[in-house]
Design a protein around this ligand. Structure first.
Ligand SMILES: NC(=O)c1ccc[n+]([C@@H]2O[C@H](COP(=O)([O-])OP(=O)(O)OC[C@H]3O[C@@H](n4cnc5c(N)ncnc54)[C@H](O)[C@@H]3O)[C@@H](O)[C@H]2O)c1
Length: 270
C-alpha cells in the first residue's frame, strides 16, 4: 500500500464523490494529498478524514487557480500528481434541465422540444468554464511547479483529467456536458504529446455512470442506465479511484495520452 509514497497530489473537486474517494485511496497509498473544492469548509472536512490538506478555489477562475497553486508551491515546494476532477452536471438547481434530460429517455413524450433550444449561453459557458477551462487553468499552474524539479523519475510526475463516456458516446439532452468532456479528451492527448519529452504523463479517466450526488437526482433514469450496462449495475466511486491510483503510480510509467474507462461495458472500445 505504498504505490504513491513520497508523492504530493492535488485533486480538484474532492470534497465529495469520486474526487474524495480518489483522495482517500491516494492517501492510503502514501501520498500527501491536497483536497481542492469550492468551499474550504467542505474540503477541510474531507481532508481531516483522510489526513490531508485543504485549499479552496473555483477552478474556472484563472486568478484564483494561480493563487491556489502559489500556496501549493509555498507550502509543499513540489507537486507530483494533479487530478482535474471538479465538475458539474448542469442540472444543479435546474428542474427544467432535469425534466428535459429525463424526456430524452422517456417513451411517453410525443414531440419533445429539442433540448438544445433550452441551453442558454450562460449554461453553455459555465459548463465549458468549469470542466475545460478549469482543467486547462489547473494544468498550466501545476506544471509551473512540476517543471521546476529537473530530477523527475521517468513517468512518476503525471496529470489525470476527468472525462466521461459521454465525451465519446455523446448524449441527447447533454450537449454542453458532452462537449466539455470531449474537449478534455483532446486536451489530454495534446498535453501528453507536449509533455512526453519532459517525462510527464497525462491521461484521462472516462467513467461510466457512477453513483454519486451528481447523478443521484436522476434516479428515474437509473433502471434505463442499468439496462444499458452489460455488467448490470451502476459503478461505485472506488471503481474510478483504483483506476486513478493505477494511472498515478509508476506501474503506469509507459501509459500516456490514454483514456481509461471503467464503465461496466456501457461503452466498449479498442
Ligand atoms: N458520477 C458520474 O456518473 C460521473 C460519470 C462520468 C464522469 N464524472 C465526472 O467525475 C467528476 C466528479 O463527479 P462526481 O460524480 O464525484 O460529482 P459530485 O457532484 O459528487 O462532485 C463534484 C465536486 O466538484 C466540486 N466543484 C464543482 N464545481 C467546482 C469548481 N468550479 N471548482 C472547484 N470545485 C468544484 C463540487 O463542489 C463537488 O464537490 C466530474 O468531473 C464529473 O463530470 C462523473
Amino acid at each position: 500500500m505504498s504505490r504513491l509514497q513520497g508523492k504530493t497530489a492535488l485533486i480538484t473537486g474532492a470534497a465529495r464523490g469520486i474526487g474524495a474517494k480518489i483522495a482517500q485511496r491516494f492517501s492510503e497509498e502514501g501520498a500527501k494529498v491536497i483536497i481542492n473544492d469550492l468551499s474550504l469548509d467542505a474540503a477541510q472536512i474531507t481532508a481531516d478524514q483522510i489526513g490531508g490538506s485543504a485549499l479552496a478555489c473555483d477552478v474556472s477562475d484563472p486568478q484564483a487557480v494561480d493563487a491556489m497553486f502559489e500556496q501549493v508551491r509555498r507550502k509543499f515546494d513540489s507537486l507530483d500528481i494533479l487530478v482535474n476532477n471538479a465538475g458539474i452536471s448542469g442540472l444543479e438547481g435546474d428542474s427544467d434541465a432535469h425534466e428535459r434530460l429525463l424526456g430524452t429517455y422517456s417513451e411517453n413524450i410525443d414531440e419533445p422540444e429539442l433540448p438544445i433550444f433550452s441551453v442558454t449561453n450562460e449554461a453553455w459557458s459555465k459548463m465549458l468554464a468549469v470542466h475545460l477551462n478549469g482543467t486547462f487553468f489547473c494544468s498550466r499552474a501545476a506544471l509551473r511547479i512540476m517543471m521546476r524539479h529537473g530530477d523527475r523519475i521517468a513517468g512518476s510526475t503525471n496529470i489525470i483529467n476527468m472525462g466521461s463516456i459521454m465525451g465519446t458516446a455523446g448524449g441527447a439532452g447533454a450537449v454542453a456536458y458532452c462537449s466539455a468532456k470531449a474537449g478534455i479528451l483532446g486536451f489530454t492527448r495534446s498535453l501528453a504529446r507536449e509533455l512526453a519529452p519532459h517525462k510527464i504523463r497525462v491521461n484521462a479517466l472516462a467513467p461510466g455512470h457512477i453513483y454519486t450526488d451528481m447523478i443521484s437526482s436522476l434516479e428515474d433514469m437509473h433502471p434505463a442506465l442499468v439496462a444499458q450496462t452489460p455488467l448490470g449495475h451502476l459503478g461505485e466511486t472506488d471503481d474510478i479511484a483504483w483506476a486513478a491510483v493505477y494511472l498515478a503510480s509508476n506501474e503506469a510509467k509507459f501509459v500516456t495520452g490514454q483514456a481509461l474507462s471503467p464503465n461496466g461495458g456501457w461503452h466498449m472500445s479498442q
